[in-house]
Design a binder for this molecule. Structure first.
Ligand SMILES: Nc1nc2c(ncn2[C@@H]2O[C@H](COP(=O)(O)OP(=O)(O)O)[C@@H](O)[C@H]2O)c(=O)[nH]1
Ligand SMILES: Nc1ncnc2c1ncn2[C@@H]1O[C@H](COP(=O)(O)OP(=O)(O)O)[C@@H](O)[C@H]1O
Length: 299
């Protein structure tokens, strides 16, 4: 008879306890409405989100305020979902029906006022952000740390925090960065965490202008953040803006356009697409997504 592999019972029981705790935490978060039920449902698609993925659909529904056993049973019957299902095991149609039900019937917690703006090189991110900074001063624009050298006219602490490689390493070690990435295969860029946490606690809208790798990390750590992708009116216009800016060599332009193709292909991952045709229009659309009133900006 084949010998079964040894079972590490202590480890298995520790894992079971950890999984139970994680599930309890998800349920408590929904009940306290610190996370919306839609976000938990969406997170459950990814098996690495073990707590959400393994949460029973019955426990999930019961965690939502004002849903008791009778209502829960009625919802499951209406949506044709078996009570034994776990969120991660829902079929795509069941998931769709449950999502629609939640959107229509369950009040969702308003999202963080944290907006991530990404988009291909030279689409006009910097220009739109500058416009927002001038016209909508209530929005905190995050100042990133970078290992690249300042360009003429750039001021340390205003455009970027210009740091050495060693300083950047230290920021990572001390967990001071919300996200970081190597961009265009050369320098590292990262978002300092503290100013963002402080502003969000004060109810201030916050905007990050970062690359797509960074946007993905923010989504993972702060699922309530709104991810916005800035699009050029056309590919030719993008090329014209990059050439017109004239800040990169032909070789660097080619490399950036290569990255731009990959980035444009990722636009479906974003919550909203905004075309940067006219800067004030694009800025207004972006700010509206943070539900910020216009204080003196052009409407
Ligand atoms: N992940 C990440 N990307 C950043 C951050 N700050 C800037 N970037 C991105 O780095 C890229 C290069 O920025 P920069 O050197 O200023 O050149 P640009 O192409 O003229 O904007 C842009 O795509 C920015 O969105 C950050 O804190 N994190
Ligand atoms: N809506 C727009 N229409 C025309 N030109 C624009 C527009 N937005 C930005 N630009 C120009 O395009 C170039 C690239 O803009 P920039 O803000 O530096 O892009 P990014 O930060 O995305 O790399 C700049 O020369 C800028 O003046």
């Amino acid at each position: 008879m084949p010998v079964p592999p040894p079972v590490d019972r202590a480890a298995a029981s520790r894992a079971a306890v950890a999984a139970r705790r994680a599930r309890a935490e998800v349920k408590r978060a929904i009940a306290d409405s610190t996370r919306s039920s839609l976000h938990v449902l969406d997170a459950s698609l990814d098996p690495t989100n073990a707590a959400e993925h393994s949460l029973r659909v019955t426990h999930f529904l019961l965690s939502i305020p004002h849903i008791g056993t009778t209502k829960m049973e009625r919802i499951l019957a209406t949506l044709a979902i078996s009570p034994s299902k776990r969120l991660g095991g829902l079929g795509s149609n069941q998931r769709k029906r449950l999502r629609e039900y939640l959107s229509e019937h369950v009040p969702q917690k308003p999202r963080h006022r944290l907006l991530v703006l990404a988009g291909p090189t030279a689409v006009g991110k910097g220009t739109v952000v500058k416009y927002i900074q001038d016209q909508y001063p209530e929005v905190l624009i995050s100042v990133s740390a970078t290992t690249r050298a300042p360009r003429p006219g750039e001021v340390d602490g205003v455009n970027y925090l210009f740091v050495t490689d060693e300083e950047f390493d230290r920021m990572i070690e001390r967990n001071e960065l919300l996200e970081y990435a190597t961009v265009h295969g050369t320098h590292r860029y990262g978002t300092p965490r503290t100013p963002i946490d402080t502003a969000l606690k004060e109810g201030r809208p916050v905007m990050l202008e970062i690359d797509i790798q960074g946007a993905r990390q923010v989504r993972k750590h702060m699922p309530d953040a709104r991810l916005v992708f800035l699009l050029p009116p056309s590919w030719d216009e993008l090329v014209a803006r990059l050439e017109g800016r004239g800040t990169e060599s032909a070789e660097e332009q080619a490399r950036r356009l290569e990255t731009a193709r990959t980035e444009l292909a990722a636009q479906d991952e974003f919550d909203d697409l905004v075309v940067n045709d006219q800067v004030p229009d694009a800025a207004r659309k972006v700010v509206a997504l943070m539900r910020v009133s216009n204080q003196g900006g052009q409407a």
